[in-house]
Design a protein around this ligand. Structure first.
Ligand code: NAD
Ligand code: DAU
Length: 341
């Protein structure tokens, strides 16, 4: 049986990845290492907890002794690193945890994987490392790195560490860079789950600036299939971009949500812009299509409808999150912004 280590498996994309692999590959065992930060929720994997192929180890990827211990427990076929601080707005409020987890944590994993001679390491990165596009063009794997937020700078630093280990030590690293994910189990601080859950409660939604920033939306399962393809078929030392070929201005997406949820446009509140807000992301994923045989499969219409249904069916999941640390963050991030308008 193949055995892989996933970090950050209790978060949004990691939990979808673990569920996807266990459902599609009976010959796979997974060890999930997660610190359970505010974003890590064991409930996201409650349905597979009793699967004998799944093991959960709570801990911090920055803790070298712990990581070395887990990697030393048995043979490993791959490490896939999802664990990160992932929200741009939080990195603007406090960049410290981003530097620690995203950079130091990656270095700890790289050293442990090297020491244990893990044959494959996948670093799950983001299109935000490329900075921002104007009205034209796409990010390719050759686009120069130009991160604009503390979050994207920390992810870029991690990518450069992986690159340097491949170059210096012949380390078997692969980097994936993806655009904005949406789908089930996404923490309601990100645009789509935040807006869906607020509109369901007839609350107004905070659109940053003029709402004309563009994001390229991809369903989380398409991203997971891409990471799996990179893990199984990717060339060592290479970078693979993934995107949904679905660009949309934030305001157009907001109005689409209002329509799908049958809510009035009076629920839109334009608020002070995110500092340094990247204008546009758009991914050229032709390399992954060509070399990995991957392509996005979920149409935005189908994926968005399913996602809305998921949040409508999981109001208790959202309510439990919102009853914790979440409200303190929400007040800090939006309190002043909402009252300024
Ligand atoms: P998330 O915030 O939902 O989950 C992050 C997970 O990592 C949580 O379970 C958290 O507990 C865990 N974690 C955080 N710090 C840790 C630490 N020090 N040690 C161990 N575990 C820790 O994030 P997500 O949206 O699922 O993103 C997962 C990865 O994908 C991140 O690396 C992110 O940069 C990348 N990514 C995200 C998107 C997106 O649209 N969400 C797009 C491209 C790439
Ligand atoms: O592109 C990939 C990245 O996508 C990932 O690397 C990040 O982990 C992920 O969080 C996401 O980053 P964004 O900053 O693009 O996602 P977010 O959902 O925070 O915001 C999407 C857009 O919506 C962005 O232009 C900011 C805007 N926005 C966001 C929030 C939370 C609003 O207008 N209002 C809001 O309240």
């Amino acid at each position: 049986m193949q055995r892989i280590i996933v970090t950050g498996g209790c978060g949004f994309i990691g939990s979808n990845f673990v569920r996807h692999l266990l459902a599609t590959d009976p010959g796979l065992a997974i060890v999930n290492i997660d610190k359970l930060t505010y974003a890590g929720n064991p409930e996201n994997l409650a349905d597979i907890e009793s699967d004998s192929r799944y093991t959960f180890r709570q801990g911090d990827i920055c803790d070298a002794a712990f990581i070395d211990g887990v990697l030393g427990e048995g043979p490993i076929d791959a490490v896939v690193n999802f664990a990160a601080e992932s929200h741009v707005d939080r990195s603007i409020l406090d960049s410290g945890p981003f530097i620690q987890t995203n950079i130091v944590g990656t270095q700890v994993l790289l050293d442990a994987a090297r020491k244990r001679e893990v044959p494959r390491y996948v670093q799950v990165s983001t299109d935000e490392v490329y900075g921002s596009l104007g009205d034209e063009g796409f990010f390719t794997e050759e686009t120069p790195l130009a991160p604009n937020s503390p979050y994207s700078a920390s992810k870029t630093s991690a990518d450069l560490l992986v690159r340097s280990y491949c170059h210096t030590f012949d380390f078997p690293g692969i980097i994936t860079r993806c655009s904005n994910n949406y789908g089930p189990y996404q923490f309601p601080e990100k645009l789509l789950p935040l807006f869906i859950s607020k509109l369901m409660a007839d609350e107004s939604v905070p659109v940053y600036g003029d709402g004309k920033n563009v994001r390229d939306w991809i369903h989380v399962l398409d991203h997971c299939r891409g990471i799996e393809a990179a893990m199984r078929k990717g060339q060592i030392g290479e970078v693979y971009n993934f995107g949904g070929k679905c660009e949309m201005q934030n305001i157009a997406l907001t109005k689409l949500l209002l329509k799908l949820l049958d809510k009035p446009e009076s629920l839109i509140t334009y608020v002070k812009d995110r500092p340094g807000h990247d204008l546009r992301y758009a991914i050229d994923c032709s390399k992954a299509e060509r070399e990995l045989g991957w392509a996005p499969q979920v149409t935005f219409e189908e994926g968005l409808n399913d996602t809305i249904l998921w949040y409508q069916d999981h109001t208790a999941w959202v309510d439990r999150i919102k009853s914790g640390e979440y409200m303190k963050y929400y007040e800090q991030q939006y309190g002043e912004r909402m009252s300024e308008t």
